[in-house]
Design a protein. Structure first.
Length: 146
């Protein structure tokens, strides 16, 4: 065995287990490569299949925490989001009344989760905080995340 992958099909109604990084570190300490192989964060949606503003904010935080946990562990080699557009997600067909699990709406509209992932990636690199605060291409996400 060379590695260990975590499937993170999370539900906003269940809470986020803050031991993700700790678990990745345990397997890393065994000399195994680790990865978050599938991540989506679903919640209860309205009649149009969209999460409330509060749930969108919580979802963004969970995506950021998941990605940061992987980035903080040397042997974590990848972070994979389980899909791109909400309209193509497996969640609504599996969990009645739930959806909105991915980073983009069906019309490719960015969600706060997209911006939280982008912010996490940018700020993890040297000089990333200054880049996040000043780069014009990141302005839309800075505004979205407040």
């Amino acid at each position: 065995m060379h590695g260990f992958g975590i499937q993170g099909h999370l539900g906003l109604m269940y809470g986020f287990d803050g031991r993700l990084q700790e678990n990745l570190e345990r397997f890393d300490a065994l000399g195994l490569q680790t990865a978050i192989t599938e991540m989506d964060v679903r919640g209860y949606v309205d009649d149009e299949g969209r999460l409330s503003p509060e749930l969108l904010e919580q979802q963004a935080d969970w995506y950021s925490q998941g990605l940061q946990a992987c980035l903080n562990v040397t042997g974590c080699t990848s972070f994979t989001v389980w899909g791109v557009l909400d309209e193509h997600s497996w969640v609504p067909a599996t969990f009645e009344g739930q959806g909105g699990a991915l980073l983009l709406e069906g019309d490719y509209e960015r969600k706060p989760a997209f911006c939280a992932v982008q912010q996490t990636l940018v700020q993890t690199n040297p000089g990333g905080h200054a880049r996040w605060n000043n780069h014009p291409a990141l302005a839309e996400c800075r505004t979205m995340l407040g």
